[in-house]
Design a protein around this ligand. Structure first.
Ligand code: PEP
Ligand code: MN
Length: 442
């Protein structure tokens, strides 16, 4: 008996703690280690935010994406904040994603796997000062900027609140396909580019009428399957929420269904790759413009040694000017290994510029150009453009320039509300979905 529980605790430690022997980039310098241990100790005893069976289900869904039988739509804030984990904010993002998903489903005739960049996206790499609400505060004071481990507890609580509402909305009627279609019809009627989208929206309307006329049980259409994910950056937090199946089985990150490794923390010998190699969730890795085929193959070996479709997703964020050159070589190398991964486009992070006003921004046309390049490259190779990962909000913010209801450079100060990178607003997000739908149909 004693022996068993000892072995079990070793298994837990193995998966959750092995990363500590590797260099961990982008970790905060927590000033009070005792406090950190107290907080992570409480988190280790707290209920998981997601369950292993849900992660397994998403792995099966991602396997369909990898095989070319489904599309991934992932989106949400660059950085969530505790203050804005409000019902309106969450509902707005969910509504936007559901609307985009309907457009993409119809255009591709494939199921769309929906993953919010939500309920855990609280930590940022790369900022020398504000590292996300999980670590410190955005105000320009020494007090606010000092990493505070109690924020990890707040991150858990804000994620739980968000997930609770997401689960309620997606199963409680809010996601009803007929309602989502009505929102889309409203968007098309009001949109600057409305005429262009009218045909697609009409087709969706007719499909729904057809199903109704055939007596299809529309209760099936009243709920949506929805998952959440975030960058697994703060390894103390992720380790505290790692849970191992009874009897020393597989370990899961239970802070979200799908976690990804960012561009700045994907070193092969680093702690993030080690941690991710030990958990059974579906996982993703960002690939920037300087990614070499060798790096991709090494990541594949470390993170998907058994070559299981659904395990690994590569999120390419090369920039609109690089994606057409870079992607084909990477895809061909992976294919030559006999591996089947999901390829997804992040058209945001390779296309950030600074406006004359000093605002960090992205041009809608450049974002669309990168997605087009990504889709075309796959179409030429005969491989599957697996979907998109975007930074968006349901609010009418003015952070990215352009779109059907064009945001101009001089509009940027009006509603520039992001805690980090510029997000597509609601209109720009829907514009992107309609344009991408055209691309998939081409
Ligand atoms: C992000 O997704 O906000 C991000 C920091 O991306 P990347 O790691 O690709 O730079
Ligand atoms: Mn970002």
């Amino acid at each position: 008996m004693m022996k068993d529980s000892k072995r079990e605790s070793e298994a837990i430690n193995g998966a959750a703690e092995s990363w500590r022997a590797f260099p961990a980039r982008q970790q905060p310098d927590w000033p009070d280690q005792d406090e950190l241990r107290a907080v992570t100790g409480r988190l280790a005893a707290a209920p998981p935010l997601v369950f292993a069976a849900e992660c397994d289900l998403l792995r099966r869904r991602m396997a369909a994406v990898a095989r070319g039988e489904a599309i991934l739509l992932q989106g949400g804030d660059c950085a969530e904040t505790f203050e804005r984990a409000t019902a309106d904010g969450i509902r707005g993002k969910l509504q936007t994603l559901l609307q985009m998903a309907v457009v993409l489903t119809h255009a591709t005739a494939l199921p769309v796997v929906k993953v919010g960049r939500m309920a855990g996206q609280y930590a940022k790499p790369r900022l020398p000062s504000y590292r996300g609400d999980a670590v410190n505060g955005p105000e320009f004071t020494e007090r606010a900027r000092t990493p505070d481990p109690r924020r990890l507890r707040e991150m858990y609580e804000a994620s739980a609140r968000t997930l609770n509402l997401v689960r309620a909305l997606t199963t409680g009627g809010f996601a009803d396909l007929r309602q989502v279609h009505a929102w889309n019809a409203g968007f098309v009627a009001a949109s600057g580019a409305g005429e262009r989208y009218e045909q697609l929206a009409d087709e969706i309307g007719r499909s729904l009428a057809f199903m109704r006329a055939c007596g299809v049980d529309t209760r099936e259409l009243a709920t949506a399957e929805f998952f959440v994910g975030h960058e697994g950056l703060l390894l103390d937090y992720e380790a505290a929420l790692t849970r191992t199946e009874p009897g020393g089985g597989r370990a899961y990150a239970t802070s979200g269904h799908m976690l990804w490794i960012g561009e700045r923390t994907r070193d092969l010998d680093g702690a993030h790759v080690e941690y991710f190699s030990r958990v059974a969730n579906p996982i993703a890795v960002k690939l920037g413009p300087t990614t070499t085929p060798d790096t991709v193959l090494s990541l594949l070996d470390r993170l998907d040694p058994d070559r299981e479709p659904g395990r690994l997703t590569f999120v390419v964020r090369a920039g609109a000017d690089r994606v057409r050159d870079l992607l084909p070589t990477l895809v061909e190398k992976v294919n030559a290994e006999g591996a089947l991964v999901a390829w997804v486009s992040d058209p945001m992070h390779g296309n950030t510029t600074t406006a004359p006003s000093g605002h960090k921004t992205r041009r809608f046309d450049t974002v669309v150009d990168e997605v087009r390049g990504f889709v075309e490259a796959h179409q030429e190779l005969g491989t599957h453009p697996g979907g998109i990962h975007v930074e968006l909000t349901g609010d009418d913010v003015t952070e990215c320039v352009g779109g059907g209801n064009a945001v101009l450079e001089e509009d940027l100060p009006h509603r520039y509300e992001t805690a980090c990178d510029p997000r597509l607003n609601r209109t720009q997000s829907l514009d992107l979905a309609f344009l991408l739908a055209e691309g998939y149909r081409a």
